[in-house]
Structure formats: structure tokens, C-alpha cells
Write a protein that binds this ligand. Structure first.
Ligand code: SAM
Length: 225
């Protein structure tokens, strides 16, 4: 089975040991890949909606993996057993991922692989503020760079570390990396901010604090190129 670059990076970031839970599994592509390749002994394929879970069940059955992959109808991590070593939460909004992490009380020693579709900055800031350490982060490009995805590997430590404005835009792990995808990502962040400033200039409402914040962010990002 061949995975997309986004799903492949998610797989690369997993610890490949013990039990994995995929939250918002939809077709169960990730757990099936992880089990078929012998990376985990057991997997939970979880979704909040019955229809995607049926899709997952059908696919798991077609690959003869029902003895190793259990499907669970659940909101986030609520009904996920606590023998889980790795949690994957991918393909949903950053705010939804934050909600799932906030309402979880039983998987604090797991490694989390997160792939937010939106609000990546909010998710990074949430992780810093809540004692999660970002162990790794990478940018994946699909559709010739038209789609860029951040993939984050994190673990809860309960140690609160200082972080700065640039760490919210690019985690320290990502700052240390050099790749064409990362460069594209930074350029996209700069472009978005230049458009915001352009629109503010055209409008009659001028919030100096907001303008300064956006300008500062642009300057910080330019230094990372
Ligand atoms: C776009 S799909 C992503 C599928 C796969 N994880 C991926 O990255 O390609 C999002 C899935 O998350 C599920 N989902 C959304 N909110 C959820 C929640 N709170 N708990 C569990 N699943 C959720 C949806 O039902 C949907 O099947």
C-alpha cells in the first residue's frame, strides 16, 4: 500500500513500538499501514462518526487485520484504552486537536503525532503552555507545493519551557531544519501576512497594535529564510 507524503510523514514520526491509536481514522489507512509493516502489535482505529468507522471496518476486514485492529466509536480519546503508546490525530483542525488533548486525562505518557489542517500556531502555543515538548516537526508538500502540511511529534512532560514569538510560528525543531518544503512554508506565512497588511492599508480601520504584531511576525519569519 502506498501512502500520500502527508500520511507517510505521520508514519515516520510514530515510535513504532507497542500499541497505536488513530483518532479520526476515516479509512484506517494509517493503522493498516502500521500493522501491515509490523511497526505495532495492536491498533485502535477511532472515529466520532459511524460512517467513517464503517469505512475503516470494511478496509481492515479486506486486509485481514480484524484481529489486530479494533475500531472504536469515540469522541477524541474518551473510549480509547490506556495501553496506547502512540496517538495519531491527523487531518482535522488545530482547535479540534486542542479540544481532544484538553479533554483527555488518561494518555499523558503517550507520544502524540499531530497533523493539524488549520490553526497550527494556536496548537504550538497550546503545547508550550501545557507542558508538551515538541520533539520534532516537519513540513510536507503535496500537489507541487500548493498544499503544505505541518506534522508535529510531541510528548507531555509537565515542564513548562519559555517560548518566544518565533517558536509559535515555527517550532525550534522546525527552525533547525533545512528543506525546500520549510522554505515554501515560511514564504507562504510571509505572503499571508503581507496580504493582511495590504488589506488593512486599503481599509479605514487601523489597529496599530495588530499592524505592529503582523509586521514583527513578518520580520521574524524573514530572518528564518
Ligand atoms: C478529514 S478526516 C482525516 C482522516 C485521516 N486521519 C487523515 O489524516 O487522512 C477527519 C476524520 O476525523 C473524524 N473526527 C472529527 N472530529 C473527531 C473527534 N472529535 N473524535 C474522533 N474523530 C473525529 C471525522 O469523522 C473524520 O472521519
Amino acid at each position: 500500500m502506498k501512502l500520500s507524503s502527508r500520511l507517510k510523514k505521520i508514519v515516520d514520526f510514530t515510535d513504532k513500538c507497542g500499541v497505536v491509536a488513530d483518532i479520526g481514522t476515516d479509512h484506517a489507512l494509517v493503522p493498516v499501514y502500521l500493522i501491515e509493516n509490523g511497526f505495532y502489535k495492536k491498533a485502535y482505529a477511532c472515529d466520532i462518526r459511524p460512517l467513517p468507522l464503517k469505512r475503516a471496518e470494511k478496509y481492515i476486514l479486506s486486509r485481514n487485520l480484524s484481529d489486530k485492529i479494533t475500531t472504536i466509536l469515540t469522541n477524541g480519546l474518551q473510549n480509547v484504552p490506556d495501553d496506547t503508546d502512540t496517538v495519531v490525530i491527523a487531518g482535522m483542525g488545530g482547535e479540534m486537536i486542542i479540544d481532544i488533548l484538553l479533554s483527555d486525562t488518561t494518555h499523558h505518557s503517550a507520544t502524540f503525532v499531530l497533523q493539524p489542517m488549520t490553526a497550527v500556531d494556536s496548537l504550538r502555543e497550546f503545547l508550550y503552555k501545557n507542558g508538551y515538548q515538541i520533539l520534532d516537526e516537519d513540513i510536507v508538500a503535496e500537489q507541487q507545493g500548493r498544499k503544505l502540511y505541518s506534522v508535529i511529534k510531541t510528548k507531555k512532560t509537565d515542564l513548562l519551557k519559555d517560548y518566544s514569538a518565533i517558536d509559535v510560528l515555527l517550532s525550534p525543531a522546525l527552525q533547525r531544519k533545512k528543506s525546500a518544503e520549510k522554505e515554501l512554508y515560511i514564504k507562504k506565512l510571509i505572503y499571508t501576512r503581507s496580504k493582511i497588511l495590504e488589506n488593512i492599508n486599503k481599509s479605514k480601520i487601523h489597529d496599530e497594535n495588530y499592524i505592529n504584531m503582523i509586521t514583527d511576525e513578518m520580520n521574524l519569519l524573514k530572518e528564518c529564510l
